[in-house]
Each structure stands twice: as structure tokens, then as C-alpha cells.
Design a protein around this ligand. Structure first.
Ligand SMILES: [Ca+2]
Ligand SMILES: [Ca+2]
Length: 281
């Protein structure tokens, strides 16, 4: 499929037009096509919107503003057929991301020349955006991404997340959902169809100060059970390549409900005392 689809900022335009609440204000970056060149301009526009430039520092840090995970440096010991630890990108390579899934774990695909095939054994379905490794949950189409101050157990939030899906062939099953730290849904969007072996970029950047505590990635409807084995013979299997996100930052302090109640009660007492004084006089 060579048709290239591109739309930047549609979410914002729709949001303004339909007068969505401020919590829905995310700028969308999306594109789909047959090869990396088809989505690279949109990936680059997302990078520019988040900031951090194009030169990676240690642990996938770009400038001080953005992190990326392209999976390609994951060692053989944590690549297919071996599982990837859920906290690999906060412990082994501290990038402030811990993964979770209702499935049984995660796999990063093998490089050529290893003991197992590349691309989870599906060379006619998948390709890498960044050679050679791609990523999937195991026995599930769900990957939850939570953010931490990199290398610590302190929860954090980000203001932007985007990724590259591989082999999206059916509309409306592959999607991103963003949640705040209180688990309120902030943003949802389905990925563009790219066709067999195609690549889809989907990302969004908060433009009104929203903070993302968790990203839920739904990658297709099928599942990868193990190298070369799918969960069912028919539904759309989708895997992932590069993740891009704003540098995880400390969660802003908000007044505790109890403190707020005490503050209001205190103000009430002041008013009562003031009124009493008037009558006493
Ligand atoms: Ca890669
Ligand atoms: Ca597919």
C-alpha cells in the first residue's frame, strides 16, 4: 500500500470547533504508509513539538525534553526468545518507563543471525522502522506504559507520547488512550491503517498543561503467543517500534481534599468571628 495519509493537528481543530473541554486539548500527529519514509516527516514534526532535537544522549534522552526507545540496543539476553523485563527501561536503561500487560510478558525481536528468526518469525507481515528490533506484549494486545523519574520509583507524568505501529490492517482496533494520575481518560485515538507490513505513526502532545500518568496501547486484535505463533488465525496482528515521549517530570503538588476542607472551614470561622465582633460592638 503506497497511499500516504497525513494529518497534523486535526484533534486540536476539532476540539476547538466542537468546544471540547480543556482536558481534551491534545495536538495529534498521525501518518501511515508502506515504508519508514512515509511516516518520518510526521515523526519529525512530533519530535519538534515535544522538543529535544535529533541527537540522542545517554539512555535515549534528547536534550532535556524528550526520551525515545527504539528497542534496537536491547541485548540478546533480553530479546526473543527471552522475555524483556517490564522495568528494563527504568532499571537496566533508566528512561522513566515501566510496562505492564494483562498478558504474560514482553518480547523484543531478535537480530538476524541469532538462534530465532527476526521480526518474531513473521518476515512477510512486519518490518522495523528503526532496524532491526520491534516490540510486542505476549499473549495480549494491551501494553500499559507508566512514567517515573528516570531510575527511581517516584511516579511521574509526561506531556506527550507517540509510537510507531507495524502492520495495522484493520481500522478501529489499534489505539492509544491517555489517562491522568487519577485514572481519568484524557485522550483516545485509533491508528491509521497502513496495510500489510506498513507503518503507522500515532502521537499526541498536551497543549493545555494536561499531564499523562499512564498510556494504554492497544496493538491490533490478535496476540503473539511466542516466536512464530499467533493467538488466533484471522484477526489483525500489530506490533510496535519506536516510542517517543516527553521527559517524565515530578507530579505537581495539589491541595489534599482534607487540607482544602480545613482551609474552607478556617475561612468560615474568620467570617463568623468578624460577624460576632460586629454584634459585640
Ligand atoms: Ca527498532
Ligand atoms: Ca496486521
Amino acid at each position: 500500500m503506497h497511499k500516504k495519509l497525513l494529518s497534523v493537528g486535526v484533534g486540536t481543530v476539532l476540539g476547538l470547533f466542537l468546544n471540547f473541554p480543556a482536558s481534551a486539548a491534545f495536538t495529534v500527529f498521525e501518518a501511515a504508509g508502506a515504508d519508514p519514509a512515509a511516516i518520518t516527516p510526521t515523526r519529525d514534526a512530533f519530535r519538534t513539538a515535544v522538543g529535544g532535537g535529533t541527537v540522542a544522549g545517554a539512555n535515549g534522552l534528547f536534550g532535556t525534553e524528550r526520551r525515545e526507545i527504539n528497542w534496537d540496543g536491547v541485548p540478546v539476553t533480553f530479546s526473543d526468545p527471552n522475555g524483556l523485563p517490564a522495568d528494563f527501561f527504568n532499571v537496566n536503561s533508566p528512561r522513566g518507563v515501566v510496562l505492564a500487560t494483562p498478558g504474560t510478558g514482553f518480547l523484543v525481536s531478535a537480530n538476524a543471525g541469532g538462534s530465532v528468526p527476526t521480526l518474531f518469525g513473521f518476515p512477510n507481515d512486519f518490518q522495523a522502522f528503526s532496524p532491526q528490533k520491534v516490540f510486542t506484549a505476549v499473549n495480549s494486545n494491551i501494553t500499559d506504559v507508566r512514567f517515573f523519574l528516570p531510575g527511581t520509583s517516584t511516579a511521574a507524568t509526561t506531556d506527550a507520547f507517540g509510537l510507531i505501529f507495524v502492520d495495522v490492517e484493520v481500522a478501529n482496533s489499534t489505539r492509544l488512550d491517555f489517562f491522568d494520575v487519577s485514572n481519568n481518560l484524557l485522550f483516545s485515538r485509533t491508528a491509521l491503517v497502513a496495510g500489510n507490513q506498513g507503518l503507522s505513526f500515532l502521537g499526541a502532545v498536551a497543549n493545555s498543561g494536561e499531564t499523562i500518568g499512564r498510556v494504554r496501547i492497544t496493538s491490533g486484535a490478535n496476540t503473539i503467543v511466542s516466536n512464530g505463533v499467533l493467538g488466533d488465525p484471522t484477526s489483525d496482528v500489530v506490533v510496535m517500534d519506536d516510542f517517543l515521549y516527553g521527559e517524565p517530570l515530578a507530579i505537581a503538588a495539589v491541595p489534599e481534599p482534607e487540607s482544602y476542607a480545613m482551609l474552607l472551614a478556617g475561612l468560615g470561622m474568620v467570617g463568623w468571628v468578624t460577624r460576632r465582633r460586629k454584634y459585640v460592638r
